[in-house]
Design a protein around this ligand. Structure first.
Ligand SMILES: Cc1ncc(COP(=O)(O)O)c(C=O)c1O
Length: 393
C-alpha cells in the first residue's frame, strides 16, 4: 500500500513508539502521586512540554496538553466566546475552517453571537479585505477571530500573521487552528500575534488522541474540562503520559526535520508533474505559492472522485477526496465551494498527502496508478460525471 493521506493522519515513527512504550508498561503511575514512579512520569510530561514548546517558539508554561486537536479548538473557542460575552460578542472566522472550528462556531451562532465567515479566493486563501471588514464590524462589543494556519484539504497556507494583526488592531482575541501546519512548516507563535493555537500529534507522526493548546502567557483563560485540576487547572483529567511523551518526541523529531530542511516537497512536486504529464485535463488546485510541502489537490476533468478512489484503492494507493472526516457525506466539500469550484470540478478532485516516510519510487508509482485509473474511469463513464459525490481530514 502506498499511503498518501498524510493530511488525514500519519504513521507513528518507530522512535515515537519506542519513547512511548515504557510509559505504557512499567511507567504506568499516576503522575500526580508522590512516589518515585509518579515523579518520573511527571518529569517525562514536563520534558514533552518543553519539546512541544520549542517546536512552536512558545515557553513550556504556555502549553496545555489535551485529548487531540478537536479538544484544543473547542477549548479555545468556547472560552473565547464566554470571555467576550453573549450580548455583544461577535465571531469572525473563515469559510474554509475544519469542522472542529466551524461546528463550535455554529453553536455560538445559535445562541445569538453574530458569526461572519470570511471568504477565500480561487486559490483557497483568505480574502483579507473581507476578513478585515468583519473584524472592524466586530470591534465594538469585542469578539474573537479564528483563522486556520493551513487548510486540510488543499494544503493552502493562510495569511495568519496578517489575520492575527487585524484581529488585534480591532481588539479581538485570536485563535489559529494550526493542526495541519505544526510539524510540517515553521510555526512560531512569537512571529504572529496569536493568543491561542491548536495542534495535534497524529498529524506529524505522533499518536492519535493527544494534542496541545498554546495559551499565550498572560492571556485570560478558563478550562473546558474541570475536575482534578491537572495541567495547572487548565485541563483536568489524569494525564495520558504515554501519549504526551509521544507528542513530545514527535515534536522533537519534526523540529530536527525542519531544521535540516527535510520536507516531502520534492516528492509532491515530482508526483504532480508526472500526473500532469500523463493525464490530460488534470489540474493542480490551490495557491501554488502558499502550500504545505506535502499536499497535492488535483482535479481530473470528466472523472468522478468516488470512482477514482475505488480504483486507486484496488491499485494499492490510499488517498482521499477532500477531508477524511467528511468521507461518506453526499455533498461537495465546503472548501471547494468557497473556492468557487463548480460541482463538476469539486466532485472530480482528490487530495494526496505526502510525508517524510514516502519515497520517490512511491510517488512515481502512484502517479502511474492515477493515470491508469483516470483512463479506465473515463472509458467507463464516457466523460460524464454522475451525481455529486462526497467529501472527506
Ligand atoms: C485543520 C484540522 N483541524 C482540526 C482537526 C481535528 O484534529 P483531531 O483529529 O486531532 O481531533 C483536523 C484533523 O483532521 C484538521 O485537519
Amino acid at each position: 500500500m502506498i499511503y498518501l493521506d498524510a493530511n488525514a493522519t500519519t504513521p507513528l515513527l518507530p522512535e515515537v513508539l519506542d519513547a512511548m512504550l515504557p510509559w505504557l508498561r512499567e511507567g504506568f503511575h499516576n503522575p500526580n502521586a508522590s512516589y518515585r514512579g509518579a515523579k518520573e512520569a511527571r518529569k517525562a510530561i514536563d520534558e514533552a512540554r518543553a519539546q512541544v514548546a520549542a517546536l512552536i517558539g512558545a515557553t513550556p508554561d504556555e502549553i496545555v496538553f489535551t485529548g487531540g486537536g478537536t479538544e484544543s479548538t473547542n477549548t479555545a473557542l468556547k472560552w473565547l466566546a464566554r470571555l467576550v460575552g453573549r450580548k455583544t460578542g461577535k465571531v469572525v472566522t473563515s469559510a474554509i475552517e475544519h469542522s472542529a472550528v466551524l461546528k463550535p462556531v455554529e453553536t455560538f451562532g445559535e445562541v445569538g453571537y453574530p458569526v461572519t465567515l470570511a471568504g477565500v479566493d480561487g486559490g483557497g486563501r483568505l480574502k483579507l479585505d473581507e476578513y478585515q471588514a468583519a473584524c472592524e464590524a466586530a470591534k465594538e462589543g469585542g469578539g474573537l477571530a479564528s483563522v486556520m494556519w493551513a487548510n486540510n484539504e488543499t494544503g493552502v497556507i493562510q495569511p495568519v500573521e496578517e489575520a492575527g494583526a487585524i484581529a488585534k488592531e480591532n481588539g479581538l482575541a485570536f485563535h489559529t487552528d494550526a493542526i495541519q501546519a505544526v510539524g510540517k512548516i515553521a510555526v512560531n507563535v512569537r512571529a504572529a500575534p496569536v493568543d491561542f493555537l491548536s495542534l495535534s500529534a497524529h498529524k506529524f507522526h505522533g499518536p492519535k488522541g493527544v494534542g496541545a493548546l498554546y495559551i499565550r502567557g498572560g492571556a485570560r483563560f478558563e478550562p473546558l474540562l474541570r475536575g482534578g485540576g491537572q495541567e495547572k487547572d487548565r485541563r483536568s483529567g489524569t494525564e495520558n503520559t504515554a501519549g504526551i511523551v509521544g507528542l513530545g518526541k514527535a515534536a522533537e523529531l519534526a523540529m530536527a526535520r525542519l531544521a535540516a530542511g527535510e520536507t516531502p516537497r520534492a516528492l509532491r512536486n515530482a508526483f504532480e508533474a508526472k500526473v500532469v504529464e500523463l493525464v490530460q485535463g488534470a489540474t493542480v488546485n490551490g495557491d501554488l505559492l502558499h502550500r504545505l510541502p506535502g499536499t497535492s489537490h488535483l482535479s481530473f476533468t470528466g472523472c468522478e472522485a468516488a470512482g477514482l478512489l475505488i480504483l486507486l484503492d484496488d491499485a494499492g494507493v490510499a488517498c482521499s477526496a477532500g477531508s477524511a472526516c467528511m468521507t461518506g457525506k453526499q455533498q461537495p466539500s465546503h472548501v471547494q465551494k468557497a473556492m468557487g469550484f463548480p460541482d463538476a470540478k469539486a466532485k472530480s478532485s482528490l487530495r494526496f498527502g505526502f510525508s517524510c516516510l514516502n519515497t520517490m519510487e512511491e510517488a512515481m508509482e502512484a502517479a502511474a496508478a492515477v493515470a491508469k485509473a483516470v483512463e479506465k474511469l473515463r472509458k467507463v463513464q464516457g466523460g460524464s460525471t454522475g451525481p455529486v459525490v462526497v467529501y472527506s481530514a
